[in-house]
Design a protein around this ligand. Structure first.
Ligand code: AMP
Length: 575
């Protein structure tokens, strides 16, 4: 990512708003370099690979130059495959969501042409298509080349490799000579050069290929993880290896927020850095991280720039970076001063291409690793517990519980059975129940201020835990053995402006925090951040919500079902 703000590239407000909606914090290098000359009307040759953010680099200026009043095709994007056409068209829609009246249509081979003809006849400002099918439309006159102001070749090298040269030349040749052309290609070769010579108008070359860099003391691995499992996998890896300090990198501010919330909700000592956080707060966070006040920093590339901390043991690429250069920067945060470090990347689906381009760029192999099973994590936890007890025995043995132990022995229990039960209880009180987690967002400041940490490691939040249990005890008057979703001792208090709703279903009905969250947002149609603390009990749940939306929610959910069961919802009278 770059330091240049999106707002300095000359893009209009509708586009800046969509960029913000996407959570893009700053332009990728290809975007920063390519957008200004494209907006000036220049032809460009953009050398960049998939994953560099090239689609937005040409889509954003294309969207800006469309005349919405003219009901004609103005931008033509040539893509090698049907899959890519669809993806590019989706990106056009995402980034053009605030451009009122915009119409973009994908056209590709392998599907009946009639529907495409109807769509094109209805009018489209942007057409994204495979060369063969576009040529077909040109011949049928459903595509009129004279109105095209901007032609974009996406992955020109790949289209040429696939044998589309003639089709591409026919298409470009049919357009008016004064149209603007953008050639995007991952590689430059004779074929691509010939095409540029023939159809380019003094193009400016924009390349983001940099020098190869290596970080030899860092072990690099990757895990194949779906988006929705990233938090679970991350926590397993953290539990397995307990890195002293770790940085988790995300590609967007939203991703940073979500990841931080999920981790703090699970009781990890985490804090975040991104562009929306003021400079002073960022400096405070960095200082606290350096001092080891918390051990997981979640950050975007830009926010983490200049983070100068030697002891980072692990870097997690929660989202694989756009740009191989960013990867090198990220993993450069670990393995410093000759120390060993680990870099772990989460990939899924198309991300694998980004990983391959990173491997090519760094000339280093990133090995695939197996996600530890829950049993392996449990085993590791038991080892940690063993060490804890062993250390305590070596230090001092408390006499204060002696008479309880004597009573148990008198009752005929063996010393081994007693010790096993205590181990079990200790494990339960320190452990994290993978599924029973809170997934709300606010309140993490409360956690932070309290310096909550996972007690298995630091042991300084025992009082927090006790107070959480005390709170639970107060609820005993309902006859339920309540269980708080948050195991880090966080969120004992309701936030200002929040009120608690009672839902008459709980753990016994299989309800999970995510079910409640999903239902509240989906069916209650409430704005983001309206839901706070969620507490799950056996036969009911308590959910803190913004008081402004409470009655709207109760109305909206009065006939809803949760886990296929009807329930009552209303203000919590005990709260
Ligand atoms: P591409 O290289 O066009 O295939 O882009 C890869 C991914 O990066 C897409 O999912 C985009 O939504 C995302 N992306 C593009 N630009 C940015 C940006 N400036 N910051 C974060 N993500 C981006």
């Amino acid at each position: 990512m770059t330091d240049v703000p999106f707002s300095s590239l000359g893009l209009c407000d509708e586009l800046l708003e969509a960029i913000n909606d996407q959570g893009f914090e700053s332009p990728s290098p290809i975007q920063a370099l390519a957008i200004p000359p494209i907006l000036e009307g220049k032809d460009i040759v953009g050398l960049s690979e998939t994953g560099s953010g090239k689609t937005a680099a040409f889509t954003l200026p294309a969207l800006q130059m469309i005349d919405l009043d003219a009901d004609e095709a103005q931008v033509l994007i040539l893509s090698p495959t049907r899959e890519l056409c669809v993806q590019v068209c989706e990106e056009v829609h995402r980034l053009g969501k605030h451009v009122k009246g915009l119409r973009a249509v994908p056209v590709y081979g392998g599907t009946p042409i009639d529907r495409q003809i109807t769509q094109l006849k209805r009018g489209a400002h942007i057409i994204v298509g495979t060369p063969g099918r576009l040529l077909d439309h040109l011949r049928r006159k459903t595509l009129k080349p004279a109105t095209i102001k901007l032609a974009i070749l996406d992955e020109a090298d790949r289209m040429l490799d696939m044998g589309f040269r003639e089709d591409m030349e026919d298409l470009l040749g049919a357009m008016k000579s004064d149209h603007q052309t953008l050639f995007f290609s991952a590689t430059m070769n004779k074929q691509v050069q010939k095409l540029i010579q023939k159809f380019g108008n003094d193009p400016e070359e924009v390349s983001i290929k940099g020098q190869t860099k290596t970080v030899s003391t860092v072990t690099q691995s990757y895990y194949e993880v779906r988006n929705r499992s990233k938090v679970e996998v991350l926590t397993r890896l953290l539990d397995m290896d307990s890195p002293r300090l770790a940085v988790v990198f995300c590609n967007t501010k939203r991703s940073v927020d979500e990841c931080t919330d999920a981790l703090t909700a699970r009781g990890y000592a985490a804090d975040k850095l991104h562009g929306d956080i003021g400079q002073q707060a960022r400096e405070r966070t960095t200082k606290r991280f350096r001092e080891g006040k918390f051990d997981l920093l979640i950050a975007t590339d830009v926010a983490a720039r200049g983070l100068d901390i030697d002891d980072v043991e692990a870097v997690f690429n929660y989202d694989i970076p756009q740009d191989p250069e960013d990867y090198v920067h990220r993993i450069g945060r670990t393995g410093r001063a000759g120390r060993e470090g680990r870099a772990v990347s989460f990939v899924f689906g198309r991300d694998i291409y980004r990983l391959q381009s990173i491997e090519r760029y760094t000339k280093q192999k990133i090995t695939r690793a197996k996600i530890p099973t829950q049993e392996e994590v449990e085993g590791k936890r038991a080892d940690q517990l063993f060490e804890l007890v062993q250390a305590r025995l070596e230090k001092e043995v408390s006499r204060s519980y002696r008479h309880y132990i004597d009573r148990l022995l008198d009752q005929g229990h063996t010393a081994t059975d007693i010790a096993s039960s205590l181990f079990e209880l200790l494990r339960e009180s320190l452990g994290r129940e993978g599924e029973e987690i809170i997934e709300d967002r606010p309140d993490y400041n409360a956690n932070k201020d309290r310096g909550a940490r996972r007690s298995r490691e630091k042991g300084d939040d025992r009082d927090d835990r006790r107070s959480a249990r005390g709170d639970r005890g107060d609820r005993g008057d309902r006859g339920d053995r309540g269980d708080r979703g948050d195991r880090g001792g966080r969120g004992d208090k309701k936030e200002a402006g929040m009120t608690t709703l009672f839902v008459s279903l709980g753990k016994a009905a299989g309800v999970r925090p995510s079910d409640l969250l999903g239902m509240f947002y989906r069916e209650g149609k409430i704005p983001d951040n309206s839901v706070g603390r969620i507490q799950l009990f056996d036969r009911h749940s308590l959910v803190d919500v913004n008081e402004k939306v409470a009655s709207q929610l109760c109305d909206a959910l009065s006939d809803s079902k949760l886990r296929n069961q009807r329930f009552r919802i209303g203000a919590d009278r005990m709260g």
